[in-house]
Write a protein of this length. Structure first.
Length: 812
């Protein structure tokens, strides 16, 4: 969100002006202002112009150095900012403070600084306010003989009035703000600047930096159509001493560019720094993005990297705009072509079964099933029940909207007003979180799904709420997209509590509310949260998962049930495409069911569609919805994934059009492929999505194959003896590793078991005594465990890596 110009280049330029200044005539009039870039508002002198972001110049004539700077620097400390100021002002240290000033928004420390510059006596008024989120600054510079008058007329009123923009909106700062965009001075490209990042122009390139400086993205434009030459020249500009070797190069299929390459460099294991380079060649010019990132910071801010990557726009490229285009009618010929595509794509993606429904103009215009729903070969129909995963989240936020309608709660109701014992890891945030923050994916609480698998046998609705007290915040509130199943589940349960549910029975209270307020009035008669009910239905599908040998095979139903029930509001509903089409009709009708029954106000339903935090340049997360710009049209969607099912639910409100796709396959790319192909056909767009999805599938298969080739099913006692034992971790609980009848190690978490296969192609292991094993069987096949000797030579276990690393202690 920030271009933090207090490096202070603008200030330096102003201070170095040497000409005399004319006295200003007349009184100063202050007018309201709001600066979205820095997220502040207040007053500034009327007629002073913004010479640079946050820098307001009086500009009586070209020699006038009188100026006001009002800026905020998220993630920066006062000490760091003082260092910058001292250097630019040419002084060794700040003088003693002249005092402090308390306002409704800030606690200020005030300074007066005398500076001699080019024969001029300049006096600088400075106010600094530091908080956990960063530093806010107000600075006035003027000639000494004008200072006293401007101090009273400008500086003090500005400081007293300054406040965060929209300071009374609650916990999520920056909510709904547009993303700041850097425009190349030569007009060649533009790129969004994620919240709290900085953009700095350097000699021949621009660099975007994360708040703590642990991630940089340098952008260089090179006049060549040769990607290799462009990459070499880009590094020569950014870091002439760079000498890391490329480990892998990927050439992406694209109809937009002559080349689109990703270069992945060999990783420096000691520094744990990832380096990647992206080269796009368009009309003979190369646009290079060089990414250097601490791996933990990268994991924490991956969504912000995605904003930069997807939002990078080359000015010369024409963008598709469908805002004035009407979709084609669903003719028999179009449906025949669409169905032929589905059948071919099912083979490509190795999908057992799929069901599709299309909603058009308030009606179910099409519904059909393809393939099989189980190993017995029974066909999929539009009635076939499948788990819909996170598409359930949209139903939870719909329920919240209904409760707001009924006055049970408000979107801005503090969570602690509903549950006084509620807490998150940051005590300051606990009291500020509102009900809508539980479902916005914007609070900074990251994805912690491993806790769901490892603790499923003991986890309850109330346990999900209480677990939030232990979850580390990856980013600040409102700063970045962070997807958490536990947060949404807790939001659903807290809604049930607000509606009169009993703590200790919140699962049943939530399910009863959804059935009564959503399923029944929408006539979603087959939709349910109860596994027993779904499995008793003759037309239900069997889940299929991807095994370690890259075969898609049936999964036992128990593997789905044990982890989903505790987070029911986030992803445990069973449904079919007909019921979901009825649900979609209500959304398209702004809260009115197909039979004319209003189940929610248009106002509060629309609140769930309002963007809260950016996911990419074209996608934002609302309240349980992904809000997208589909070539100039608003698109609302939400997918869903369980261990053996995939859902896709998407609609275009401005065209009264949508599609639902359900498959009985884990992490299926087919769902997105079907949606994309349908919209391409209806809007007569080029057939491009399939090529990109096929590339992703082939790349995934290649990576899985390479991983498989590095695994060995070993019973060597010299190796297996190092890992056998009992281990415990505060978050994941106790696990046991024992040997089966063949001497192969088996990992047992209680909730699930898996053979462990030895990783044989680990360069890091060659340099030390560590060994790495990989879980081979579902549900967590592919998860790695590293065993390293401690100071006493006892092998301890670590699961995962980076920001989501879990260290286990050996019990025996």
């Amino acid at each position: 969100m920030m271009k933090f110009y207090l490096r202070v280049l603008v200030l330096t330029a102003l201070l170095l002006l040497t000409a005399p200044v004319l006295a200003q005539d007349g009184e100063v009039t202050l007018v309201p202002f709001s600066n979205e870039l820095f997220g502040v508002e207040g007053v500034i002198p009327q007629g002073w112009t913004e010479a640079a972001p946050g820098v307001y110049a009086r500009g009586q004539d070209e020699t006038d150095i009188t100026s006001l700077i009002v800026q905020a620097a998220p993630g920066m400390t006062a000490e760091a900012l003082e260092g910058v100021l001292l250097q630019q002002l040419g002084i060794d240290s700040l003088p003693e403070s002249t005092g402090t000033l308390e306002t409704d928004a800030y606690s200020w420390t005030l300074y007066e600084i005398d500076v001699e510059q080019a024969g001029m006596s300049i006096r600088v008024d400075l106010a600094l306010s530091e908080s956990e989120s960063g530093v806010t600054l107000a600075l006035l510079q003027a000639l000494a003989d004008e200072h006293d008058a401007l101090h009273e007329a400008v500086f003090l009123p500005v400081v007293e009035a300054l406040a965060p923009a929209g300071a009374d909106t609650g916990a999520v700062e920056g909510e709904g703000e547009s993303q700041a965009v850097y425009e190349d001075p030569e007009g060649r490209f533009s790129v969004p600047i994620p919240a709290n990042w900085s953009a700095e122009e350097r000699d021949g390139y621009i660099v975007l930096s994360s708040p703590q400086g642990l991630i940089t993205v340098s952008i260089v434009v090179v006049e060549t159509d040769d990607p290799e030459e462009a990459l070499e020249n880009a590094w020569a500009v950014v870091d002439p001493d760079f000498d890391q070797q490329i480990e892998e190069t990927l050439e992406f299929p694209t109809s937009q560019f002559e080349h689109f390459q990703l270069h992945i460099y060999e990783m420096d294991d000691e520094e744990e720094t990832l380096v990647q380079a992206e080269v796009r060649v368009y009309e003979g010019v190369s646009y290079v993005l060089l990414v250097v990132a601490d791996v933990v910071a990268l994991e924490q801010r991956l969504a912000q990297i995605q904003i930069i990557d997807t939002g990078f726009e080359i000015a010369a490229m024409e963008q598709t705009d469908l805002s004035d285009v009407e979709p084609l009618p669903l003719t028999d010929d179009l449906i025949a072509e669409f169905e032929a595509y589905i059948e071919t794509a099912m083979e490509t993606y190795d999908t057992p079964g799929v069901a599709v429904a299309i909603v058009r103009d308030g009606e179910i215009a099409y519904a059909n099933g393809f393939g099989v729903r189980n190993p017995e070969g029974d066909p999929v129909t539009p009635e076939t029940l499948m788990l819909i995963g996170s598409t359930t989240k949209t139903m939870t936020t719909l329920l919240m909207a209904q409760m707001v309608d009924e006055g049970v709660m408000d979107w801005d109701t503090p969570v602690v007003d509903i549950l006084p014992t509620f807490s998150v890891a940051d005590p300051e945030v606990t009291g500020k979180l509102r009900m809508q923050d539980m479902v916005c994916a914007c609070t900074g609480v990251p994805r912690r799904d491993l806790e769901l698998f490892f603790n499923a046998n003991e986890l309850t609705a109330e346990g999900v709420i209480e677990s939030l007290a232990t979850f580390e915040f990856f980013t600040g509130v409102g700063e970045a997209f962070q997807y958490s199943n536990q947060m949404v589940a807790a939001g659903g349960y807290l809604t049930a509590l607000a509606a009169g549910g009993e703590y200790g029975n919140l699962y049943d209270a939530y399910v009863s509310l959804v059935e009564e307020r959503i399923f029944e009035p929408l006539k979603m008669e087959r939709t349910t949260f109860f596994f027993e009910e779904a499995l008793a239905d003759e037309d239900h599908a069997t889940p299929y998962g991807l095994y370690a040998d890259f075969t898609t095979r049936p999964l036992p139903m128990e593997i789905e049930e044990f982890w989903l029930e505790p987070i029911a509001p986030a992803g445990a509903a069973w449904s079919n495409v007909l019921d979901l089409a009825r649900y979609m009709i209500m959304e398209l009708n702004e809260g009115v069911a197909a039979d004319g029954t209003r189940i929610v106000s248009a106002e509060n339903l629309a609140r769930t569609w309002e963007p809260q935090v950016a996911i990419s340049a074209t996608d934002e997360y609302g309240l349980g919805w992904i809000v997208s710009d589909f070539h100039g049209l608003l698109m609302l969607s939400h997918g869903g994934n369980t261990l053996g099912f995939t859902a896709d639910f998407a609609f275009l409100p401005e065209r009264d059009l949508g599609v639902v796709v359900l498959t009985n396959q884990s992490s299926s790319l087919l769902n997105t492929a079907i949606r994309s192909r349908l919209f391409e056909m209806l809007f007569e767009q080029p057939y491009t999505a399939e090529e990109e999805l096929q590339f992703a599938l082939n790349l995934f298969r290649q990576q899985v194959q390479e991983a498989l080739e590095s695994l060995e099913r070993t019973s060597d006692p010299e190796i297996t003896g190092l890992v056998v034992g009992r281990f415990t971790n505060a978050a994941l609980g106790e696990v046991t590793i024992s040997l089966n009848d063949e001497g192969v190690p088996v990992f047992d978490a209680g909730e699930f078991q898996s053979e462990l296969w030895l990783e044989t192609d680990d360069e890091e292991q060659a340099d030390d005594d560590s060994v790495t094993f990989v879980l081979y069987d579902p549900p967590l096949n592919g998860l790695s465990l590293t065993f390293e000797p401690d100071d006493e030579g006892v092998y301890q276990m670590t699961l995962g890596s980076g920001a989501t690393e879990y260290a286990f202690e050996r019990l025996e």
